[in-house]
Design a binder for this molecule. Structure first.
Ligand SMILES: Nc1ncnc2c1ncn2[C@@H]1O[C@H](COP(=O)(O)OP(=O)(O)OP(=O)(O)O)[C@@H](O)[C@H]1O
Ligand SMILES: [Mg+2]
Length: 448
């Protein structure tokens, strides 16, 4: 283990007033020293260095990550020598530290053998279901643990594409309603395999925006505003939870947010691009801003069906005032709704603007504003109705079958009559709302 060192210059600092950013850095350093996370020492030239404790040396610096887990040949004698060194360095690291090939994060969901093995056909079975497909990951498949009986979603990432921060962020986020829990991660050959909580009856925000919102526009346009506000609240809350734990998501698009049809809760997933917000003296301002702008873009996608090409375009529209024109051209919204939407976007964007201003990056005022403008007493009702209209198959499926079965028994002929009953039922909002179980709504995370 080696400590990491950084040179620092204190000359001329005494007695001078520091700029806000220098003062921020200085306070950060003081805190790190006070907490024992770093200490100061002089190097051979007498310069002061900050020495961070517990920072592991990154081994195998000259490894070509795309060649992981392959047997290699060198082109020249020197090349062979370097590869031999790299390989021996790795073997020594495994030998010295008894490096495991994975870690169980949640033992109530994953039970390995006494020898620490987790094998298909022994400790778990692979099921047929495929939950999705990733760009970096292959298929997201489902397995079932034979001891605990828990079904897991399993994601596999090539080691060359894998960022260790994905697991660091995930473990750091701990158990939270806003993210699927990580149960186990491990290395198998040249792949990292991640077992996680399966999001039951999940649908991505992309699917909601592209396929389901039309239902809401058609059958209950009055629900669009409160439903979209509620989702924006959920998105900003999850982003805030990550930022509060010092992580930026950095890849917040509609395929990386899922909603469960039964509880209508949002879950943010895929930390493959996650980065720490604050690292040493550096603060990832872009990461913070992009997460918040991405949340605004998803909100606009839900509310007005507007998909800004990227964050840069959204920002340009906000700054130049053309966003107002874009919204004015959006049909279907009342004037008051357009004004409110503009105000909310401006308010949210504002918190990303000035690192020196109090409240930088903190979306609490926006969350509170939404809580006050969407009447709390109506929220449950709104979500109940939205759930039934957005996912008619899910909520009517069982009753359709029931109606059909009954029709077949009673008259044995009339399919038409049966279809009419189902159609009439589908368009009855109150009946639809009543079909959503109370107990599921009570578990709503977004309690407005
Ligand atoms: N825990 C889960 N439960 C249910 N479905 C999931 C789960 N995790 C992922 N999925 C589905 O699989 C898809 C891909 O997963 P994920 O985003 O983690 O992969 P990726 O390769 O990193 O994606 P990207 O395309 O963002 O790079 C998701 O969009 C979602 O539809
Ligand atoms: Mg993804």
């Amino acid at each position: 283990m080696m400590a990491n060192t950084t040179n620092v210059c204190f000359e001329g600092m005494q007695g001078t007033s520091l700029s806000p950013s220098t003062e921020e850095h200085f306070n950060f350093l003081l805190q790190a020293v006070q907490a024992g996370e770093a200490h100061l020492q002089q190097d051979n030239d007498g310069k002061v260095q900050i020495v961070y404790e517990n920072e592991k040396r990154i081994p195998l610096t000259h490894v070509d990550k795309s060649k992981a887990h392959t047997i290699q040949e060198g082109k020249t004698a020197e090349d062979v020598r370097i590869r031999v060194d790299v390989c021996l360095e790795m073997i020594e690291a495994i030998k010295e530290t008894r490096t495991p090939s994975g870690v169980v994060i949640d033992r109530s969901k994953v039970q390995t053998s006494a020898q620490g093995k987790y094998e298909e056909g022994k400790q778990f079975e692979r099921l047929q279901e495929v939950l999705g497909k990733g760009n970096c990951a292959g298929d997201i498949v489902v397995v079932k643990d034979n001891k605990t009986g828990t079904e897991h979603a399993v994601k596999t990432v090539m080691i060359s594409e894998f960022s260790p921060d994905e697991v660091r962020a995930w473990v750091n986020l701990g158990e939270s309603e806003s993210f699927p829990s990580l149960y186990l991660f491990r290395l198998i050959d040249n792949k990292i395999v991640l077992h996680m909580e399966k999001i039951e009856h999940g649908v991505t925000l992309d699917d909601i925006i592209n396929q389901h919102m039309a239902n809401l526009w058609q059958k209950a346009p009055d629900l669009i505003r409160p439903f979209s506000l509620c989702m924006f609240h959920g998105l900003l809350s999850a982003v805030k939870e990550m930022h509060d734990k010092n992580w930026s998501h950095c890849d917040l698009h509609g395929g990386n947010v899922m909603m469960t049809k039964d509880t209508m809760t949002l879950k943010m997933l895929d930390f493959g691009m996650a980065k720490p917000l604050r690292q040493g003296f550096n603060f990832n301002h872009d990461g913070l801003k992009n997460d918040i702008l991405n949340a605004i873009r998803l909100f606009c996608g839900l509310y007005i069906g507007q998909d800004f090409e990227n964050n840069f375009v959204l920002e340009r529209e906000i700054k130049s005032g053309t966003l107002k024109k874009t919204l004015l051209e959006t049909s279907g919204l009342k004037e008051s709704e357009k004004d409110e939407l503009l105000q909310l976007i401006a308010m949210t964007y504002h918190v990303t603007q000035d690192p020196k201003q109090a409240g930088y990056g903190d979306t609490t005022p926006v969350l509170e504003h939404i809580e006050h403008t969407v009447y709390p007493d109506k929220m449950k009702d709104v979500l109940r109705k939205a759930a039934a209209i957005l996912f008619p198959d899910y909520y009517y499926g069982a009753r359709d079958i029931d109606l059909q079965a009954r029709a077949e028994v009673t008259d044995g002929r009339g399919d038409r009559e049966d279809e009419d009953k189902v159609d009439a039922f589908e368009f009855d909002l109150d009946a639809a709302a009543a079909a959503v179980p109370e107990e599921l709504l009570n578990r709503l995370r977004i309690s407005l």
